[in-house]
Design a protein around this ligand. Structure first.
Ligand SMILES: NC(=O)C1=CN([C@@H]2O[C@H](COP(=O)(O)OP(=O)(O)OC[C@H]3O[C@@H](n4cnc5c(N)ncnc54)[C@H](O)[C@@H]3O)[C@@H](O)[C@H]2O)[C@@H](O)CC1
Ligand SMILES: [K+]
Length: 476
Protein backbone atom coordinates (compact mmCIF):
# COMPACT_ATOMS: atom_id res chain seq x y z
CA UNK A 1 0.00 0.00 0.00
CA UNK A 2 1.36 3.44 -0.87
CA UNK A 3 0.01 6.93 -0.08
CA UNK A 4 -0.04 9.64 -2.72
CA UNK A 5 2.73 11.64 -1.00
CA UNK A 6 4.91 8.54 -0.87
CA UNK A 7 4.10 7.83 -4.52
CA UNK A 8 5.24 11.34 -5.44
CA UNK A 9 8.58 10.70 -3.69
CA UNK A 10 9.06 7.36 -5.43
CA UNK A 11 8.11 8.87 -8.77
CA UNK A 12 10.66 11.68 -8.38
CA UNK A 13 13.31 9.21 -7.21
CA UNK A 14 12.59 7.14 -10.30
CA UNK A 15 13.25 10.21 -12.42
CA UNK A 16 16.52 10.82 -10.53
CA UNK A 17 17.51 7.24 -11.38
CA UNK A 18 16.99 7.89 -15.08
CA UNK A 19 13.43 6.62 -15.52
CA UNK A 20 11.46 9.82 -16.12
CA UNK A 21 7.78 10.27 -15.50
CA UNK A 22 6.95 10.32 -19.20
CA UNK A 23 8.27 6.79 -19.43
CA UNK A 24 6.13 5.81 -16.44
CA UNK A 25 3.13 7.38 -18.13
CA UNK A 26 3.81 5.27 -21.21
CA UNK A 27 3.76 2.18 -18.98
CA UNK A 28 0.59 3.31 -17.20
CA UNK A 29 -1.15 3.94 -20.51
CA UNK A 30 -0.06 0.55 -21.74
CA UNK A 31 -1.43 -1.05 -18.57
CA UNK A 32 -4.75 0.78 -18.99
CA UNK A 33 -4.99 -0.48 -22.58
CA UNK A 34 -4.26 -4.04 -21.41
CA UNK A 35 -7.18 -3.83 -18.95
CA UNK A 36 -9.43 -2.38 -21.64
CA UNK A 37 -8.59 -5.25 -24.00
CA UNK A 38 -9.26 -7.79 -21.25
CA UNK A 39 -12.75 -6.32 -20.78
CA UNK A 40 -13.78 -5.80 -24.43
CA UNK A 41 -13.73 -7.53 -27.82
CA UNK A 42 -11.94 -6.48 -30.99
CA UNK A 43 -13.90 -3.73 -32.73
CA UNK A 44 -15.80 -2.69 -29.57
CA UNK A 45 -16.42 1.00 -28.94
CA UNK A 46 -14.40 2.36 -25.99
CA UNK A 47 -14.78 5.88 -24.55
CA UNK A 48 -11.71 7.38 -22.88
CA UNK A 49 -12.81 10.27 -20.67
CA UNK A 50 -9.72 12.35 -19.92
CA UNK A 51 -8.99 15.15 -17.48
CA UNK A 52 -6.23 17.67 -18.01
CA UNK A 53 -3.66 16.25 -15.61
CA UNK A 54 -1.50 13.15 -15.75
CA UNK A 55 -4.44 10.91 -14.96
CA UNK A 56 -5.91 11.99 -18.26
CA UNK A 57 -2.45 11.65 -19.79
CA UNK A 58 -2.44 7.94 -18.94
CA UNK A 59 -5.57 7.43 -21.04
CA UNK A 60 -4.22 9.59 -23.87
CA UNK A 61 -1.34 7.12 -24.05
CA UNK A 62 -3.75 4.16 -23.81
CA UNK A 63 -5.56 5.42 -26.92
CA UNK A 64 -2.45 4.62 -29.00
CA UNK A 65 -2.30 1.09 -27.60
CA UNK A 66 -5.91 0.33 -28.58
CA UNK A 67 -5.73 0.06 -32.33
CA UNK A 68 -7.99 -3.02 -32.28
CA UNK A 69 -10.79 -1.09 -30.54
CA UNK A 70 -13.04 1.72 -31.77
CA UNK A 71 -11.71 4.46 -29.49
CA UNK A 72 -13.19 7.89 -28.79
CA UNK A 73 -11.17 10.30 -26.62
CA UNK A 74 -13.14 12.99 -24.72
CA UNK A 75 -10.81 15.66 -23.36
CA UNK A 76 -12.56 17.67 -20.64
CA UNK A 77 -11.47 21.29 -21.09
CA UNK A 78 -9.46 23.17 -23.66
CA UNK A 79 -6.18 21.58 -24.72
CA UNK A 80 -4.32 24.81 -23.85
CA UNK A 81 -5.28 24.24 -20.21
CA UNK A 82 -3.73 20.77 -19.94
CA UNK A 83 -1.73 21.10 -16.72
CA UNK A 84 1.38 19.01 -17.40
CA UNK A 85 3.86 18.93 -20.27
CA UNK A 86 3.80 15.18 -20.61
CA UNK A 87 0.00 15.01 -20.82
CA UNK A 88 0.07 17.82 -23.40
CA UNK A 89 2.73 16.04 -25.47
CA UNK A 90 0.54 12.95 -25.53
CA UNK A 91 -2.50 15.02 -26.53
CA UNK A 92 -0.48 16.63 -29.34
CA UNK A 93 0.69 13.20 -30.47
CA UNK A 94 -2.93 12.06 -30.79
CA UNK A 95 -3.55 15.00 -33.12
CA UNK A 96 -1.18 13.36 -35.60
CA UNK A 97 -3.25 10.16 -35.66
CA UNK A 98 -6.70 9.27 -36.93
CA UNK A 99 -8.01 8.60 -33.42
CA UNK A 100 -11.36 10.34 -32.78
CA UNK A 101 -10.33 12.93 -30.16
CA UNK A 102 -13.00 15.41 -29.02
CA UNK A 103 -12.73 18.48 -26.82
CA UNK A 104 -15.53 18.94 -24.28
CA UNK A 105 -15.56 22.48 -22.92
CA UNK A 106 -19.20 22.45 -21.82
CA UNK A 107 -20.52 19.39 -20.01
CA UNK A 108 -23.75 19.67 -22.09
CA UNK A 109 -21.66 18.73 -25.11
CA UNK A 110 -20.50 15.48 -23.54
CA UNK A 111 -21.92 12.61 -25.53
CA UNK A 112 -20.93 9.25 -24.08
CA UNK A 113 -23.09 7.31 -26.56
CA UNK A 114 -23.15 3.62 -25.58
CA UNK A 115 -19.66 2.16 -25.71
CA UNK A 116 -18.81 -1.33 -24.51
CA UNK A 117 -16.60 0.27 -21.85
CA UNK A 118 -15.91 3.76 -20.51
CA UNK A 119 -12.51 4.63 -19.06
CA UNK A 120 -12.62 7.22 -16.29
CA UNK A 121 -9.33 9.14 -16.50
CA UNK A 122 -10.65 12.48 -15.29
CA UNK A 123 -8.75 12.71 -12.03
CA UNK A 124 -6.38 10.55 -10.03
CA UNK A 125 -4.25 11.46 -7.06
CA UNK A 126 -4.34 15.16 -8.03
CA UNK A 127 -7.94 15.72 -6.92
CA UNK A 128 -8.55 18.59 -4.50
CA UNK A 129 -12.04 19.12 -3.08
CA UNK A 130 -15.32 18.23 -4.78
CA UNK A 131 -15.33 17.63 -8.53
CA UNK A 132 -15.87 20.87 -10.44
CA UNK A 133 -17.40 21.30 -13.89
CA UNK A 134 -17.35 19.79 -16.38
CA UNK A 135 -16.05 16.77 -14.41
CA UNK A 136 -18.96 16.70 -11.93
CA UNK A 137 -21.66 16.50 -14.62
CA UNK A 138 -19.65 13.95 -16.56
CA UNK A 139 -19.30 11.86 -13.38
CA UNK A 140 -23.12 11.85 -13.01
CA UNK A 141 -23.44 10.94 -16.69
CA UNK A 142 -21.04 7.99 -16.29
CA UNK A 143 -22.88 6.81 -13.19
CA UNK A 144 -26.29 7.06 -14.89
CA UNK A 145 -25.20 5.31 -18.09
CA UNK A 146 -25.58 1.58 -18.37
CA UNK A 147 -21.92 1.21 -19.31
CA UNK A 148 -19.20 -0.54 -17.34
CA UNK A 149 -16.52 1.85 -16.08
CA UNK A 150 -12.82 1.18 -15.67
CA UNK A 151 -11.16 3.89 -13.57
CA UNK A 152 -7.54 4.89 -14.06
CA UNK A 153 -5.59 4.90 -10.76
CA UNK A 154 -8.61 5.83 -8.64
CA UNK A 155 -12.30 6.54 -9.38
CA UNK A 156 -12.43 10.27 -10.15
CA UNK A 157 -13.43 12.31 -7.12
CA UNK A 158 -12.23 9.68 -4.64
CA UNK A 159 -9.28 10.63 -2.44
CA UNK A 160 -6.74 7.84 -2.99
CA UNK A 161 -5.47 8.13 0.59
CA UNK A 162 -8.79 8.04 2.44
CA UNK A 163 -11.32 6.55 0.03
CA UNK A 164 -13.68 9.46 0.69
CA UNK A 165 -15.15 11.92 -1.82
CA UNK A 166 -15.96 15.57 -1.15
CA UNK A 167 -18.80 15.48 -3.72
CA UNK A 168 -19.93 13.21 -6.52
CA UNK A 169 -17.45 10.50 -7.50
CA UNK A 170 -17.36 8.01 -10.32
CA UNK A 171 -18.88 4.68 -9.39
CA UNK A 172 -16.34 2.46 -11.11
CA UNK A 173 -16.66 -1.28 -11.68
CA UNK A 174 -12.93 -1.75 -11.90
CA UNK A 175 -9.79 0.24 -11.12
CA UNK A 176 -6.34 -0.15 -12.62
CA UNK A 177 -3.85 1.47 -10.28
CA UNK A 178 -0.11 1.74 -10.58
CA UNK A 179 2.95 0.38 -8.76
CA UNK A 180 1.07 -0.49 -5.56
CA UNK A 181 -2.45 -0.25 -4.26
CA UNK A 182 -3.59 2.94 -2.50
CA UNK A 183 -5.09 3.05 1.00
CA UNK A 184 -8.38 4.59 -0.23
CA UNK A 185 -9.01 1.83 -2.76
CA UNK A 186 -9.83 -0.66 -0.01
CA UNK A 187 -12.91 1.49 0.68
CA UNK A 188 -14.06 1.36 -2.94
CA UNK A 189 -16.44 -1.33 -4.19
CA UNK A 190 -14.59 -2.18 -7.40
CA UNK A 191 -12.22 -4.80 -8.69
CA UNK A 192 -8.70 -3.39 -8.25
CA UNK A 193 -5.78 -4.38 -10.44
CA UNK A 194 -2.26 -3.19 -9.64
CA UNK A 195 -0.05 -2.67 -12.69
CA UNK A 196 3.73 -2.67 -12.54
CA UNK A 197 4.83 0.44 -14.45
CA UNK A 198 8.57 -0.14 -14.25
CA UNK A 199 9.46 2.03 -11.26
CA UNK A 200 12.88 0.65 -10.26
CA UNK A 201 13.02 -0.95 -6.82
CA UNK A 202 15.97 1.34 -6.15
CA UNK A 203 13.57 4.32 -6.21
CA UNK A 204 12.19 3.01 -2.93
CA UNK A 205 15.30 1.41 -1.47
CA UNK A 206 17.66 4.34 -1.93
CA UNK A 207 17.10 7.82 -0.59
CA UNK A 208 17.30 10.26 -3.49
CA UNK A 209 16.36 13.80 -4.44
CA UNK A 210 12.65 12.85 -4.55
CA UNK A 211 12.80 12.42 -0.78
CA UNK A 212 13.29 16.19 -0.50
CA UNK A 213 9.62 16.48 -1.52
CA UNK A 214 8.83 15.35 2.01
CA UNK A 215 9.91 18.81 3.11
CA UNK A 216 8.36 20.90 0.35
CA UNK A 217 5.02 19.13 0.72
CA UNK A 218 4.64 19.87 4.41
CA UNK A 219 1.30 21.61 4.92
CA UNK A 220 2.76 24.31 7.19
CA UNK A 221 5.92 24.93 5.18
CA UNK A 222 4.88 28.57 4.68
CA UNK A 223 4.50 29.36 8.38
CA UNK A 224 8.17 29.57 9.12
CA UNK A 225 7.57 27.26 12.03
CA UNK A 226 10.54 25.04 11.47
CA UNK A 227 11.31 24.04 14.97
CA UNK A 228 13.67 24.62 17.83
CA UNK A 229 16.59 22.34 18.54
CA UNK A 230 18.65 21.94 21.69
CA UNK A 231 22.15 20.52 21.27
CA UNK A 232 23.48 18.93 24.45
CA UNK A 233 27.16 18.37 23.95
CA UNK A 234 30.68 19.51 24.60
CA UNK A 235 33.01 19.17 27.56
CA UNK A 236 36.21 17.49 26.46
CA UNK A 237 35.48 18.82 22.95
CA UNK A 238 34.18 22.22 21.91
CA UNK A 239 33.88 22.06 18.12
CA UNK A 240 31.42 19.15 17.99
CA UNK A 241 28.40 20.85 19.60
CA UNK A 242 29.05 24.01 17.57
CA UNK A 243 29.11 22.05 14.31
CA UNK A 244 25.93 20.16 15.19
CA UNK A 245 24.17 23.39 16.12
CA UNK A 246 25.25 25.25 12.99
CA UNK A 247 24.17 22.30 10.86
CA UNK A 248 20.75 22.36 12.53
CA UNK A 249 20.41 26.03 11.59
CA UNK A 250 21.51 25.40 8.01
CA UNK A 251 19.07 22.49 7.80
CA UNK A 252 16.26 24.91 8.51
CA UNK A 253 15.67 25.03 12.28
CA UNK A 254 14.43 28.44 13.43
CA UNK A 255 16.27 28.48 16.73
CA UNK A 256 19.13 26.38 17.98
CA UNK A 257 20.44 26.46 21.51
CA UNK A 258 23.47 24.68 22.90
CA UNK A 259 23.63 23.41 26.47
CA UNK A 260 27.27 22.79 27.42
CA UNK A 261 29.61 23.08 30.41
CA UNK A 262 30.18 26.76 31.26
CA UNK A 263 33.92 26.09 31.09
CA UNK A 264 33.61 25.92 27.30
CA UNK A 265 30.52 28.08 26.70
CA UNK A 266 32.45 31.08 25.43
CA UNK A 267 34.51 28.89 23.10
CA UNK A 268 31.34 27.43 21.60
CA UNK A 269 29.79 30.87 21.29
CA UNK A 270 32.99 32.08 19.69
CA UNK A 271 32.51 29.71 16.74
CA UNK A 272 29.23 31.28 15.68
CA UNK A 273 27.23 34.31 16.66
CA UNK A 274 24.03 32.61 15.44
CA UNK A 275 24.03 30.20 18.36
CA UNK A 276 22.43 30.70 21.75
CA UNK A 277 24.64 29.04 24.33
CA UNK A 278 23.60 28.10 27.86
CA UNK A 279 26.36 26.97 30.18
CA UNK A 280 25.84 24.60 33.07
CA UNK A 281 28.34 24.52 35.89
CA UNK A 282 31.61 22.64 35.52
CA UNK A 283 33.73 21.02 32.85
CA UNK A 284 31.56 18.09 31.78
CA UNK A 285 27.98 16.83 31.91
CA UNK A 286 27.15 15.03 35.16
CA UNK A 287 24.05 13.87 37.01
CA UNK A 288 23.71 17.21 38.84
CA UNK A 289 22.88 18.87 35.54
CA UNK A 290 20.10 16.54 34.45
CA UNK A 291 17.21 18.53 35.98
CA UNK A 292 18.39 21.69 34.28
CA UNK A 293 19.06 20.05 30.90
CA UNK A 294 15.76 18.19 31.01
CA UNK A 295 13.84 21.40 31.68
CA UNK A 296 15.51 23.03 28.68
CA UNK A 297 14.98 19.96 26.50
CA UNK A 298 11.25 20.08 27.17
CA UNK A 299 11.11 23.58 25.72
CA UNK A 300 12.51 22.39 22.38
CA UNK A 301 11.06 20.28 19.58
CA UNK A 302 14.07 18.00 19.45
CA UNK A 303 17.36 17.43 21.24
CA UNK A 304 20.68 16.43 19.71
CA UNK A 305 22.42 14.56 22.46
CA UNK A 306 26.08 13.58 22.41
CA UNK A 307 28.39 15.66 20.21
CA UNK A 308 31.63 16.18 22.13
CA UNK A 309 30.22 15.04 25.51
CA UNK A 310 33.04 12.52 26.01
CA UNK A 311 32.75 9.20 27.77
CA UNK A 312 33.51 10.00 31.41
CA UNK A 313 31.52 7.67 33.69
CA UNK A 314 29.78 10.64 35.30
CA UNK A 315 28.71 11.88 31.87
CA UNK A 316 27.40 8.49 30.75
CA UNK A 317 25.42 8.21 34.01
CA UNK A 318 23.92 11.61 33.28
CA UNK A 319 23.00 10.56 29.74
CA UNK A 320 21.24 7.49 31.14
CA UNK A 321 19.29 9.43 33.72
CA UNK A 322 18.32 12.04 31.10
CA UNK A 323 17.01 9.35 28.73
CA UNK A 324 15.12 7.62 31.54
CA UNK A 325 13.16 10.80 32.19
CA UNK A 326 12.87 12.38 28.74
CA UNK A 327 9.86 11.56 26.57
CA UNK A 328 10.45 13.82 23.57
CA UNK A 329 12.43 13.26 20.38
CA UNK A 330 16.22 13.10 20.44
CA UNK A 331 19.02 12.36 18.06
CA UNK A 332 21.68 10.44 19.97
CA UNK A 333 25.23 10.46 18.67
CA UNK A 334 28.83 9.70 19.62
CA UNK A 335 29.63 8.59 23.19
CA UNK A 336 26.01 8.89 24.30
CA UNK A 337 25.10 5.99 21.96
CA UNK A 338 26.53 3.26 24.17
CA UNK A 339 24.00 4.11 26.86
CA UNK A 340 20.92 3.58 24.65
CA UNK A 341 20.67 -0.25 24.76
CA UNK A 342 20.87 -0.13 28.57
CA UNK A 343 18.12 2.36 29.36
CA UNK A 344 14.35 2.21 29.52
CA UNK A 345 13.07 5.36 27.89
CA UNK A 346 9.79 6.77 26.57
CA UNK A 347 11.75 9.05 24.27
CA UNK A 348 11.68 8.70 20.49
CA UNK A 349 15.31 8.28 19.49
CA UNK A 350 17.21 8.47 16.25
CA UNK A 351 20.61 6.90 16.90
CA UNK A 352 23.39 7.78 14.47
CA UNK A 353 26.25 5.31 15.02
CA UNK A 354 29.06 4.52 12.63
CA UNK A 355 29.83 0.81 12.27
CA UNK A 356 32.15 0.74 15.29
CA UNK A 357 29.62 2.49 17.51
CA UNK A 358 26.94 0.12 16.25
CA UNK A 359 29.01 -2.84 17.36
CA UNK A 360 29.62 -1.17 20.73
CA UNK A 361 25.84 -0.88 21.08
CA UNK A 362 25.54 -4.62 20.50
CA UNK A 363 24.56 -4.48 16.83
CA UNK A 364 26.08 -6.49 14.01
CA UNK A 365 27.37 -5.35 10.69
CA UNK A 366 28.38 -7.00 7.40
CA UNK A 367 30.26 -6.10 4.23
CA UNK A 368 27.42 -6.96 1.87
CA UNK A 369 25.11 -3.90 1.78
CA UNK A 370 21.89 -5.91 1.64
CA UNK A 371 22.93 -8.13 4.51
CA UNK A 372 23.98 -5.04 6.49
CA UNK A 373 20.61 -3.40 5.85
CA UNK A 374 18.78 -6.42 7.13
CA UNK A 375 20.99 -6.61 10.25
CA UNK A 376 20.33 -2.93 10.95
CA UNK A 377 16.60 -3.50 10.51
CA UNK A 378 16.59 -6.32 13.09
CA UNK A 379 18.70 -4.31 15.50
CA UNK A 380 16.36 -1.31 15.18
CA UNK A 381 13.50 -3.59 16.20
CA UNK A 382 15.58 -4.88 19.11
CA UNK A 383 16.45 -1.44 20.49
CA UNK A 384 13.03 -0.01 19.60
CA UNK A 385 14.46 3.13 18.01
CA UNK A 386 15.34 4.47 14.59
CA UNK A 387 18.91 3.79 13.49
CA UNK A 388 20.98 5.69 10.97
CA UNK A 389 24.11 3.61 10.57
CA UNK A 390 26.80 5.59 8.80
CA UNK A 391 29.07 4.05 6.22
CA UNK A 392 30.09 4.19 2.57
CA UNK A 393 26.40 3.39 2.19
CA UNK A 394 24.26 4.57 5.10
CA UNK A 395 21.43 2.39 6.36
CA UNK A 396 18.32 3.91 7.91
CA UNK A 397 15.73 1.74 9.61
CA UNK A 398 13.00 1.96 12.22
CA UNK A 399 12.62 -1.82 12.19
CA UNK A 400 9.76 -1.65 9.72
CA UNK A 401 11.02 0.51 6.88
CA UNK A 402 14.62 0.37 5.77
CA UNK A 403 16.34 2.69 3.32
CA UNK A 404 19.88 3.04 2.06
CA UNK A 405 21.74 6.19 1.13
CA UNK A 406 24.52 6.46 -1.41
CA UNK A 407 25.37 10.16 -1.32
CA UNK A 408 28.71 11.15 0.21
CA UNK A 409 32.35 10.41 -0.57
CA UNK A 410 35.51 9.16 1.12
CA UNK A 411 36.58 12.74 1.96
CA UNK A 412 33.82 12.76 4.55
CA UNK A 413 35.68 10.46 6.92
CA UNK A 414 37.24 13.67 8.28
CA UNK A 415 36.35 14.58 11.90
CA UNK A 416 33.16 16.51 12.60
CA UNK A 417 31.01 15.26 9.70
CA UNK A 418 29.07 13.06 12.13
CA UNK A 419 28.27 16.12 14.25
CA UNK A 420 26.97 17.88 11.15
CA UNK A 421 24.77 14.89 10.34
CA UNK A 422 23.39 14.70 13.90
CA UNK A 423 22.50 18.40 13.84
CA UNK A 424 20.88 18.07 10.42
CA UNK A 425 18.74 15.15 11.53
CA UNK A 426 17.83 17.02 14.71
CA UNK A 427 16.47 19.91 12.66
CA UNK A 428 14.58 17.63 10.27
CA UNK A 429 13.07 15.65 13.13
CA UNK A 430 11.17 18.83 14.10
CA UNK A 431 9.21 18.40 10.86
CA UNK A 432 9.37 14.77 9.76
CA UNK A 433 8.88 11.39 11.40
CA UNK A 434 12.14 9.91 12.75
CA UNK A 435 12.84 7.59 9.83
CA UNK A 436 12.18 10.26 7.20
CA UNK A 437 14.28 12.78 9.15
CA UNK A 438 17.14 10.27 9.29
CA UNK A 439 16.82 9.36 5.61
CA UNK A 440 16.59 12.94 4.33
CA UNK A 441 19.38 13.99 6.74
CA UNK A 442 21.71 11.27 5.49
CA UNK A 443 20.95 12.19 1.89
CA UNK A 444 21.45 15.94 2.39
CA UNK A 445 24.60 15.51 4.43
CA UNK A 446 26.17 13.28 1.78
CA UNK A 447 25.00 15.52 -1.00
CA UNK A 448 26.59 18.51 0.78
CA UNK A 449 29.83 16.51 0.87
CA UNK A 450 29.53 15.76 -2.83
CA UNK A 451 28.92 19.43 -3.66
CA UNK A 452 31.99 20.46 -1.67
CA UNK A 453 34.00 17.75 -3.38
CA UNK A 454 32.86 19.04 -6.79
CA UNK A 455 33.96 22.59 -6.03
CA UNK A 456 37.02 22.10 -3.81
CA UNK A 457 38.19 18.59 -4.61
CA UNK A 458 39.69 16.53 -1.80
CA UNK A 459 40.32 17.95 1.66
CA UNK A 460 36.86 18.97 2.75
CA UNK A 461 36.22 19.96 6.34
CA UNK A 462 33.08 19.58 8.43
CA UNK A 463 32.48 23.33 8.33
CA UNK A 464 32.48 23.18 4.51
CA UNK A 465 29.64 20.70 4.82
CA UNK A 466 27.66 23.08 7.02
CA UNK A 467 28.00 25.82 4.42
CA UNK A 468 26.95 23.50 1.58
CA UNK A 469 23.84 22.18 3.35
CA UNK A 470 21.36 24.76 2.01
CA UNK A 471 22.35 23.89 -1.57
CA UNK A 472 22.13 20.20 -0.77
CA UNK A 473 18.49 20.72 0.20
CA UNK A 474 17.78 22.26 -3.18
CA UNK A 475 18.14 18.87 -4.85
CA UNK A 476 19.77 18.06 -8.14
N1 LIG B 1 4.13 7.89 -10.02
C1 LIG B 1 3.14 8.67 -10.33
O1 LIG B 1 2.78 9.52 -9.53
C2 LIG B 1 2.45 8.42 -11.61
C3 LIG B 1 1.24 9.02 -11.86
N2 LIG B 1 0.53 8.78 -12.96
C4 LIG B 1 -0.81 9.33 -13.11
O2 LIG B 1 -0.83 10.68 -12.72
C5 LIG B 1 -1.95 10.89 -11.88
C6 LIG B 1 -1.72 12.11 -11.07
O3 LIG B 1 -1.56 13.16 -11.99
P1 LIG B 1 -1.68 14.68 -11.56
O4 LIG B 1 -0.83 14.92 -10.39
O5 LIG B 1 -1.46 15.47 -12.79
O6 LIG B 1 -3.15 14.80 -11.05
P2 LIG B 1 -4.56 14.44 -11.68
O7 LIG B 1 -4.48 14.19 -13.13
O8 LIG B 1 -5.18 13.39 -10.84
O9 LIG B 1 -5.38 15.78 -11.42
C7 LIG B 1 -4.84 17.04 -11.70
C8 LIG B 1 -5.80 17.83 -12.56
O10 LIG B 1 -7.07 17.87 -11.97
C9 LIG B 1 -7.50 19.21 -11.77
N3 LIG B 1 -8.33 19.18 -10.57
C10 LIG B 1 -7.94 19.04 -9.29
N4 LIG B 1 -9.00 18.97 -8.47
C11 LIG B 1 -10.10 19.06 -9.25
C12 LIG B 1 -11.50 19.06 -8.97
N5 LIG B 1 -11.96 18.96 -7.73
N6 LIG B 1 -12.35 19.17 -10.01
C13 LIG B 1 -11.90 19.28 -11.27
N7 LIG B 1 -10.57 19.29 -11.60
C14 LIG B 1 -9.68 19.19 -10.59
C15 LIG B 1 -6.24 20.00 -11.71
O11 LIG B 1 -6.47 21.32 -12.07
C16 LIG B 1 -5.37 19.26 -12.73
O12 LIG B 1 -5.68 19.62 -14.03
C17 LIG B 1 -2.10 9.60 -11.14
O13 LIG B 1 -3.37 9.45 -10.57
C18 LIG B 1 -1.81 8.61 -12.23
O14 LIG B 1 -2.98 8.34 -12.99
C19 LIG B 1 1.01 7.88 -14.00
O15 LIG B 1 1.10 8.58 -15.21
C20 LIG B 1 2.34 7.25 -13.78
C21 LIG B 1 3.10 7.54 -12.59
K1 LIG C 1 -9.58 8.35 -12.55
Amino acid sequence: MITSDEMAVVDANSEALGVPRKQLMESSGNAVAREVRARTEAGDAVALVCGRGNNGGDALVAARFLRTRDVTVHLLGRPETITTDIARENWDALGQTDIDARVVTDSRDFDLDSPALAVDAMLGTGVTGALREPEATVAYALNDADVPVLAVDTPSGVDADTGTAAGVAVDADAVVTFHDTKPGLSEVDAEVTVADIGIPTAAETFVASGDLLRLSRLPDSHKGDHGEVLVVGGGPYTGAPALAAQAALRAGADLVRVACPDAIASDVQGYAEDLIVHGYEGRRLASDHVDEVLARAQEHDTVVFGPGLGDHDATLDAVASFLERYDGTAVVDADALQVVPEVETDATLVCTPHQGELRAMGGETADDPERRASLVESFATEVGHTLLVKGAEDVISDGEYTRRNRTGNPGMTVGGTGDVLAGTVGALACLLCPRDAAAVGAYANGRAGDLVHESLGAGLTASDLVDALPRAFEGE
